[in-house]
Design a protein around this ligand. Structure first.
Ligand SMILES: *Cc1c(COP(=O)(O)O)cnc(C)c1O
Length: 352
């Protein structure tokens, strides 16, 4: 078969797989790197801005890159079940890849804090979904205990294979752009992805496939900013549920990525996130979920603060698709107007 066959086949040489690893894939990866001229114009026309649209993965988020690795390695080790705690996208991806592998998936989601689309995905793929009366961090503590004492594989980003798969996004960016960007902007929740990208850029650099290394810039929601505030947030709050995390599992490695790359971590408010969310949809035609828009909000804030060298190339990771969270979209835009089925009434409403 010709063409793209998923991130494991594409980047096999950089991944901990052998000829014996049963590859479980939905042909994830190969997502578009889209130029964002209007975003650059609206912020600083001297910047080149590109959007890595990870919402276009098979289950609608970057989690698929990690899940193809985690589920393939789980199968290789003889496991017949996976478990995760999730703000939504991990459970959607785990459920889909478990279905593909014909093994069981158990997912724990925090009550009331998960977008409708994500919940529907876990359900339709046949996962056993439990709504935990608590937050993400509590759910993660429970599944970690279960995985230690029962024959189920933990597929949260504490599973080392997750980050191995996710680092392929950095490889793709270099392959698409012909170089590494000067800055890489990314939302930070459990902090696995920023860690994975930095690893990916460094490995490509070491292999002689990228001459430069980007500065890694992470954005947290103001109400859920443990790394920025340097303290655990007991009750994180933000509309961007995918990054509503108060005690990130990859805290240390993420800080290292930021320090090693001479980057930084900043915060954006929910208001800034929603503004960026609408702007991205209206000005660039790209519909991503609120957590992804945190990156765009971060771009706007950082440009205002004059943090980028003029002439720089920036890549922003847009982590998940907007259709995941239709409620927020409808609340953020004007509602349809109902009209009688008559030409004059329609024309009057359209102002034509
Ligand atoms: C998981 C997720 C994040 C956060 O990624 P981390 O690796 O946990 O920092 C951000 N946005 C979306 C859409 C996600 O699904």
């Amino acid at each position: 078969m010709k063409g793209w066959r998923g991130v494991i086949e594409q980047y096999r040489a950089f991944l901990p797989v052998t000829a014996k690893t049963p590859v479980v894939t939905l042909f994830e990866g190969n997502t578009p790197l889209v130029p964002a001229p209007r975003l650059a114009e609206a912020t600083d026309a001297r910047l080149s801005v590109y959007l890595k649209c990870e919402g276009f993965n098979p289950t609608g988020s970057f989690k698929d890159r990690g899940m193809t690795m985690a589920v393939s390695k789980a199968l290789e080790s003889g496991s017949r079940a996976v478990i995760c705690a999730s703000t939504g996208n991990t459970s959607a991806s785990a459920a889909a890849f478990a279905a593909r592998a014909q093994i069981r998936a158990f997912v724990m989601v925090p009550r009331g804090a998960i977008a409708l689309g994500k919940l529907s995905q876990a359900a339709i793929h046949g996962a056993r979904v439990l709504t935990v009366e608590g937050n993400f961090d509590q759910a993660l503590a429970i599944v970690r205990q279960i995985a230690e004492t029962h024959p189920v594989t933990l597929v949260n980003s504490v599973n080392p294979f997750r980050l191995e798969g996710q680092k392929t996004a950095a490889f793709e960016i270099v392959d698409q752009l012909g170089r590494a960007p000067d800055y890489h902007l990314i939302p930070v929740g459990n902090a696995g992805n920023i860690t994975a990208y930095w690893r990916g850029y460094r490995e490509y650099h070491r292999a002689g496939l990228a001459r430069e290394l980007p500065r890694m810039v992470g954005f947290q929601a103001a109400g859920a900013a443990p790394i920025y505030e340097n303290r655990v947030i007991e009750e994180p709050r933000t509309i961007a549920t995918a990054i509503k995390i108060g005690n990130p599992a990859n805290w240390g490695p993420a800080l290292e990525a930021v320090k090693d790359s001479r980057g930084w971590v900043d915060i954006v408010t929910d208001e800034e996130i929603l503004g960026a969310y609408r702007m991205l949809a209206r000005e660039e035609g790209i519909f991503m979920e609120p957590a992804s828009a945190a990156t765009v909000a971060g771009l706007i804030k950082s440009v205002k603060a004059g943090r980028f060298e003029p002439g720089s190339t920036l890549v922003l990771t847009l982590t998940g698709h907007g259709l995941k969270d239709p409620d927020t979209a409808l609340e953020s835009a004007s509602r349809p107007t109902t009209v009688p089925a008559r030409l004059d009434a329609v024309l009057a409403q359209l102002g034509l």
